[in-house]
Every structure is written in structure tokens, then in C-alpha cells.
Design a protein around this ligand. Structure first.
Ligand code: FES
Length: 153
């Protein structure tokens, strides 16, 4: 018996079962423009088989802390009607490795700064590099300032 043709369409349940991703997550990815589905006459979603690879790449990105907006940027460079190729994945993985390296360096820098706080406890908004990285708050004038959010980007 022949296997499924690459043009066969999958239901949301089949994609969920094959990828281990909840159907609600598939709908969310669709709303975010990461994957797309066609609709049957009964308005049920049908996914092309190459969506499986896209969902898998999204899961890899999530595990690595890559924001979905960046996944969308990468997917925007891919043809919408076929499986991401080996070359596509090589480009994406090379890019994301650079992101991980940058994040590792940032984590190492923050670790060094935090090490300086151990045994100090001054919590100084003017001298502690953790509370005032690069003295960025000084430009806002005197007085207490809200701490900037630390981004996972
Ligand atoms: S708490 Fe004193 S240097 Fe950070």
C-alpha cells in the first residue's frame, strides 16, 4: 500500500498528534502567521504536510528561547508552499546559534555583575552595576528609577 502523498492535507488533530503540539497552539501559530491552513467546505482546517516541519522548527525555537517574532522573520524568507530545505534550516540554525552565543555572553556578563553584589548588599542605584547597568539611569536625573526590563532577546 503506498504511503501518503506529499500533497495530502492533514487535519489539526493529525498535526497535533504528529508534532505533540496542542491544537490550540496550532491555532495560535496560525493567528501569528507562522503556519497557514486551508478550509474545507465545512470550515475545518486542513494543513499541508510541510506544516509539520514548520511546527517542529517552532518547537526548537521555543526550547532555545527564540522569540516567535524571530521565527516569523525566518519563515517570511521561506516559500510558503514547500518544506523548509536543508539549506533553509542551515541558514536558520546558523542565525540562531549566533543568538545563543550573544545570549551566553550577556548571561556571563550579568553573572560577573551579580558576583560583585555577593557580600555587598548596598542595592545602590548609583554604584551597583546590576541595579544601574552602564549608569543608564543617571541621564534621567536624580531620584529613584524603575529598573529596566531584562529581555530574553
Ligand atoms: S548590591 Fe552592592 S554592588 Fe550590587
Amino acid at each position: 500500500m503506498p504511503g501518503p502523498a506529499p500533497t495530502d492535507l492533514l487535519t489539526a488533530g493529525e498535526v497535533a498528534r504528529r508534532t505533540g503540539v496542542a491544537i490550540s497552539a496550532l491555532h495560535f501559530y496560525e493567528r501569528e502567521g507562522l503556519i497557514s491552513a486551508s478550509r474545507t467546505a465545512g470550515n475545518q482546517r486542513r494543513y499541508a504536510r510541510h506544516v509539520l516541519r514548520r511546527v517542529s522548527i517552532i518547537q526548537v525555537a521555543k526550547r532555545m528561547g527564540i522569540p516567535l517574532t524571530e521565527v516569523a522573520d525566518e519563515f517570511a524568507r521561506l516559500p510558503a508552499d514547500r518544506m523548509p530545505s536543508t539549506r533553509d534550516w542551515e541558514r536558520i540554525s546558523r542565525h540562531w546559534r549566533g543568538r545563543l552565543e550573544a545570549r551566553r555572553r550577556e548571561l556571563e556578563r550579568m553573572e560577573r555583575e551579580l558576583t560583585g553584589c555577593i557580600g555587598c548588599g548596598c542595592l545602590s542605584l548609583s554604584t551597583c552595576r546590576v541595579f544601574n547597568p552602564g549608569d543608564a539611569l543617571a541621564a534621567d536625573g536624580p531620584g529613584p528609577r524603575r529598573l529596566p526590563e531584562i529581555s530574553a532577546d
